[in-house]
Write a protein that binds this ligand. Structure first.
Ligand code: FEO
Length: 388
């Protein structure tokens, strides 16, 4: 049990899932994902969230081990999404004296997921309410739309632990040998990215707390250098780029647009030390490219024309960016068309629906294949992308 200890009285009882094909049926997780849950041992015992139904038996076995014959007083429900709430009914039936802690939205939505009678078992909390377990006290902080309406986080003041729900989580099992930031960014931008204003509101509330440990619902418990993680969340949720650099995302049918995109990349690399990242939208992991677009301050969209519009994987990419309210970036356009180029017009139309996109004046339009005579156009786009 030693490796499960977060503090002397807070235990990790989550599970790694390394066999799921797609998290939320849309995200590849090459290093798996963890569903975190915690137990606070005190005069009264609180279980902090459940786990995905895929890990229910493993989770309950760990809880039994940590409880060592005792009974939990409370199940705190920070979030009803099934990767955390999937075992509420199971644990509620196993421990019939245990009470469920949530807010009014939690209990309004709960019957949509479960067919169980919770009358007399609900402890309804609101912003700032506290729950004493003995020497530990939980204070509840509402985090609506981060990223579901009922989300709340809980701050345990005696040990300064923030139970942050999905906040500060990442893809990757707990034993994944990888830095936090890339998989945390891919997780945040794609899952929470639309709700920057709500995350900003939560960060303002969190700034008033003295936090020593962050216990998220996915990924590692964070104990050191917490300012780093808070700063990343501040950057991401304010839609500011993290770094200077250029992402070139291309949508090529037969490889000719890809060649033009790569030529532009080499021209940029000749002119700058900034990172230049090239992604093939037909083959790359789309959520990775979306996260990379948010990471850097400049984006080039290079696409073939198709059906009077743009090649579908580019349209899909732009749809994702728009859904995550991508904004405040410089963008350049490169189109290819054999008889009636339409890609640039279509891409521009979608970008114009986003806020704060500065489009380069130079739009490169090639016909079928890149010619030497196109290179001056590419060079002009490269120069404009690099001008401040
Ligand atoms: Fe990890 Fe919103 O569930």
């Amino acid at each position: 049990m030693k490796d499960k200890k977060i503090t002397d009285s807070i235990y990790y009882v989550g599970a790694d899932d390394k066999t799921i094909d797609l998290f939320e049926s849309q995200y590849v997780v090459p290093n798996g994902v963890s569903y975190n849950s915690y137990v606070i041992l005190d005069e009264k015992i609180a279980v902090m969230d459940t786990v995905d139904p895929r890990a229910g038996e493993e989770w309950l076995a760990q809880i039994e081990e940590v409880l060592a014959g005792r009974t939990p007083g409370y199940l705190v429900i920070s979030h009803l999404e099934p990767d955390h709430a999937g075992n509420i009914q199971k644990i509620a039936e196993k421990y019939p004296d245990m009470q469920l802690v949530g807010n009014p939205k939690t209990f309004a939505m709960l019957p949509q997921f479960f067919d169980m009678d919770v009358s007399g078992r609900c402890v309804t909390v609101k912003e700032g309410d506290t729950l004493s377990l003995g020497s530990h006290t939980l204070t509840f902080v509402m985090a609506p739309m981060v990223h579901w309406p009922e989300v709340m986080v809980a701050y345990e003041s005696s040990e300064k632990v923030l139970f942050s729900a999905d906040g500060f989580g990442k893809f990757g099992a707990l034993d994944a040998k990888e830095a936090w930031v890339d998989e945390a960014r891919r997780y945040y931008i794609n899952i929470v990215g639309k709700y920057g204003a709500q995350v900003q509101a939560l960060l303002k509330k969190a700034a008033a707390l003295d936090i020593a440990v962050i216990c998220p619902l996915h990924g590692p418990v964070l104990r050191e250098n917490l300012g780093y993680y808070l700063e990343k969340y501040n950057t991401w949720s304010s839609y500011e780029p993290e770094e200077k650099g250029i992402v070139i995302a291309y949508a090529s049918i037969h490889g000719n647009t890809a060649k033009a995109a790569r030529k532009l990349a080499s021209m940029l690399e000749e002119r700058t030390d900034l990172p230049v990242k090239v992604y093939d939208l037909a083959r790359a992991d789309m959520p990775t490219v979306v996260a990379e677009a948010f990471r850097y301050d400049r984006l080039v969209l290079a696409a073939a024309s198709y059906d009077g519009g743009v090649f579908p994987c580019m349209e899909d990419f732009l749809h994702h960016l728009k859904a995550k309210t991508y904004r405040n970036r410089k963008a350049g356009l490169l189109e290819n068309g054999t008889w009636a180029p339409s890609a640039a017009r279509t891409m521009r139309g979608i970008l114009e629906e986003m806020k704060g996109i500065t489009l380069c004046e130079k739009v490169v339009s090639i016909r079928s294949t890149l010619k030497e005579s196109d290179e001056a156009e590419l060079a002009a786009l490269a120069e404009e992308l690099l001008s401040e």
